[in-house]
Design a protein around this ligand. Structure first.
Ligand code: CUA
Length: 181
């Protein structure tokens, strides 16, 4: 089961719960309620409200921590101590990458900038999956860290519309097996 299927299942279950609650309420309409039952229901509702608020707060806090504590973009000041550094410059409509290949299994710091307008630096694995992406901006260097697990020919594709040559603004990038392997 892929991640999207899991999320889809969770969403469907949530929708089903909401629908059941609606049906339950709908079935209860039209019945006269006495005074005591009404005030009891109000007390229960207040209690549930408080509980739900705490639950949502905990869920939100945990969700934020779980999804952001391994934020993939490193701090943009200071050296990153990567094993390899690749300088990437984008311009209308080509890529310059120095060096043009790295070794697999070791960290790579991509220093991405642009010589003219904004471009989008996206790196695709040989199987077509996107592995990393960041903005290529004029007069600014974005750094992104990555470790390639598998050697192969990776493809760079511009992901920010930058004029007539945007779509074919591609390049290839080689990841070679580390020496001694
Ligand atoms: Cu460069 Cu689109």
């Amino acid at each position: 089961m892929i991640l999207q299927d899991i999320i889809w299942t969770i969403a469907l279950s949530g929708i089903a719960v909401v629908a059941l609650v609606f049906i339950y309420i709908l079935l209860g309409t039209g019945k006269a309620a006495d005074e005591a039952a009404q005030s009891k229901a109000a007390r229960t509702a207040r209690k549930l409200q408080g509980g739900l608020f705490v639950l949502l707060l905990l869920g939100f806090t945990f969700g934020t921590w779980a999804t952001l504590h391994k934020f993939p973009i490193p701090k943009q000041d200071g050296a990153l101590q990567a094993d390899q550094v690749v300088d990437v410059t984008a311009r209308m409509w080509s890529w310059t990458m120095r060096p043009a290949s790295v070794a697999a299994g070791k960290t790579v710091e991509f220093r991405v900038t642009s010589a003219d307008v904004n471009h989008g630096f996206a790196l695709y694995a040989p199987d077509g999956h996107i592995v990393i992406q960041t903005q290529a901006m004029p007069e600014f260097t974005n750094r992104i860290l990555y470790r390639f697990d598998a050697p192969g020919v990776y493809t760079v594709q511009c992901l920010e519309y930058c004029g007539i040559g945007h779509a074919p603004m591609k390049a290839t990038f080689n990841v070679v097996a580390a020496k001694g392997e």
